[in-house]
Design a protein around this ligand. Structure first.
Ligand code: DGL
Length: 259
């Protein structure tokens, strides 16, 4: 049993999609969320830069006494989680594009994956894709510009719609029946995506799986918070706090912090 908080970090506000799943499954846990919006997007940075930023975020969360860290960013997970696990004793939960369930379920033998350049070019992503993509067409698409627009609060803008239209076109032409969202910012695009994709296309993201894995690891290590009161959830951003506040519907305490 541990009342210490769960730490969560992302390059910005996208990891709140993971926070919401964790909150739904583990309402009594305290959480501390770091939005590294000042350094967003991570997707076009080098592996070394992504590792250094992930270390910076991890050290702050450890200083804030977190018992487990959720790397709520596909780009940071696929580029840095191995180094983090080798460098620190506390458990890390990562998020990777859900290629496996899509590849196992596709009927059209074509799936789409939308993610950052950093994720799609990572070794970890290639390993997983190679493992499950035998006989399946995987249409990879870098979501260039998407994270920046979401960070600016322009999720439903005309600019976003036109980017998505361009990115989805080759996938629709290839007759995909699954679209994998490989970035924690993208679940906020689901209403737009559903409007643009043919009705039979299913969208998969890994948010709930990450929450379940977080719970399982806390149980295994006897770190679950078993008190019966609602957890306290704190949010820190080193960018504009308004956008983070909006995405959380003003429900939580959001503070500016330089880190
Ligand atoms: N939320 C991050 C991810 O899951 C966004 C990466 C970025 O900042 O480019 O990959």
């Amino acid at each position: 049993m541990s009342t210490q908080p769960i730490g969560i970090f992302d390059s910005g506000i996208g990891g709140t999609s993971i926070f919401k799943e964790i909150k739904a499954l583990l309402p009594n846990e305290h959480t501390i969320y770091l939005a590294d919006s000042f350094n967003a997007p991570y997707g076009n940075k080098t592996k070394r830069e992504i590792i250094d930023l992930s270390i910076k975020n991890t050290e702050l969360l450890i200083k804030k006494k977190c018992k487990l860290i959720v790397v709520a960013c596909n780009t940071a997970t696929t580029n840095a989680i191995t180094t983090l696990r080798e460098s620190y004793d506390i458990p890390f939960i990562g998020i990777e594009p859900a290629i496996k369930p899509a590849a196992l379920s596709t009927q059209t033998k074509a799936i789409g994956i939308l993610a950052t350049k950093g994720t799609l070019s990572s070794e970890l992503f290639h390993k997983t894709t190679d493992l499950y993509s035998d006989g399946i067409k995987v249409i990879e698409q870098v979501g260039e510009g998407i994270v920046a627009l979401i960070e600016e609060g322009k999720t439903n803008s005309e600019e976003m719609k036109s980017l998505l239209k361009t990115y989805l076109k080759p996938m629709i032409e290839a007759d995909i029946d699954y679209l994998v969202l490989g970035c924690t910012h993208y679940p906020y695009l689901i209403p737009l995506l559903l409007d643009m994709l043919p009705k039979h296309v299913k969208i998969i993201d890994s948010g709930q799986a990450v929450a379940r894995q977080t719970k399982a690891v806390l149980e295994q290590r006897q770190l679950l918070n078993t008190t019966s009161t609602q957890g306290d959830n704190q949010f820190f951003s080193n960018g504009t706090i308004d956008v983070l506040n909006d995405i959380l519907d003003g429900k939580y305490k959001v503070q500016y912090l330089k880190f």
